[in-house]
Design a protein around this ligand. Sequence first.
Ligand SMILES: O=c1nc[nH]c2c1ncn2[C@H]1C[C@H](O)[C@@H](COP(=O)(O)OP(=O)(O)OP(=O)(O)O)O1
Ligand SMILES: [Mg+2]
Length: 477
Amino acid sequence: MNEAPIGFIDSGVGGLTVVKEALRQLPHENVVFLGDQARLPYGPRPAEQVVRFTWQMANFMRRKGIKMLVIACNTATAAALSTLKAHLDIPVVGVIVPGSRAAVKATQTGKIGVIATEGTVRSDAYAKALHRRNDQLAVTSLAAPKFVPIVESNEYTDPIAERVVRETLTPMVAAGVDTLVMGCTHYPLLRPFIQQTMGENVKLIDSGAETVSEVSVLLDYFGLANDQSGVGTRAFYTTGHPGMFKEIAADWLQLDDIAAKHADISTEADHYVEDIATPGQTIVVASSNKGKVAEIAEFFANRGVKVRGLADFPDVVPVDETGTTFQENATLKAHGYAQQLGLPVLADDSGLMVDALDGAPGVFSARYAGDAHNDAANNAKLLAELGGVPAAKRTARFRSVLVLAHPDRPEDDVVAEGSVEGRIGTLPEGDNGFGYDPFFFVPELGRTLAQLTTDEKNTISHRGNALRALGQKLDAK
Ligand SMILES: O=c1nc[nH]c2c1ncn2[C@H]1C[C@H](O)[C@@H](COP(=O)(O)OP(=O)(O)OP(=O)(O)O)O1
Ligand SMILES: [Mg+2]
């Protein structure tokens, strides 16, 4: 457990100011970061929506098996900290209390300023936290909605940033505070301009940095600190484009080997769900098709779940596909293997449906050219059958039906399906994938499925779509 990572979540790159401090104060700890850049900024959004987005990030993090969750975002802390704390059985830390505590400690005159997003200012969370400690404090709050976009667009060192900071902070300068809380984790990237505008005597409080001190205390308190020596692992995810993220992260963290990955959290539950697949969990996929198993394994790897195929169970007796529909065959396979193995089993039955061939080969896709699984023979037959059919009439789709069966609860099947539209080419293109992939051209991508990586194929394929639908059904249960 102590080697489990600490999870940091934010609406964007701002949370990296917290991660930076964590890498400095807690270098042995393993760290996972997620920035929801695709839906940024959080500041102007209604609190109810911020709560839902924050749950999606938290559920993504739970799949990574984190031992502690840091909400490295003031807007999300103000909106969602209490509900996350109430439901999760790991420590959850927000940035507002540590920032307030540091401000109370720093002020001499009792005049404290807070700059934050509209959402945080509207919630009044800082003023409340400060007044809970000392109701004599004079608190001036100011929303700075232009700061987050400047940081996210990587312009935080530009002259334009200097001007925006100067203009925004004019009322704060007039308030005569001696301590200013940077109540948004994006703002420390603008620190030089903020300090210059406020004057060198004003103490700036970095709420994120203060939070890491709190994390450090809690790790010891709960006996969760990682005793390993050496530098921990760092994993970075963004819901946006990894390119821009990497640039800012590399600059700010002074790390040049940042591997940032795209994360799709749109299918995560936007509320608390009790059972969530965590690392160490294994799913048995009822398939002897290596390509299929590899795709399903890749999908679940992003969620921390290991996948085993039938190749791992050499004694299992093959189940015949005697059904007339994908769903019948998937059900036969899922139950046949679940009974034999005594484990929950996920089966996929899939196939290609070509319009010009009235939906053939359909459920017979695997044995189109005979009994054996012979991709080359199947593709040759497909080309022969389509001989002379012009490109515009070669429309087709792949379909996948998934059935998840439990050995002891046969009535509890979860069924999901997905499809992808395309066109059958005349020459094979690409070496990845399996089956009919080299001939399945996807017009929107200008490539065949065999020209995509497994990850890319999953984002658009029938199987990927079916897996996402399955995930949603499981989360809703
Ligand atoms: O993404 C795909 N890319 C290319 N071809 C595909 C795909 N998805 C299904 N297909 C075609 C080929 C396969 O041979 C047949 C599925 O038949 P299907 O019975 O579901 O699978 P299978 O016999 O290969 O393995 P198993 O039954 O052990 O899971 O449809
Ligand atoms: Mg089969």
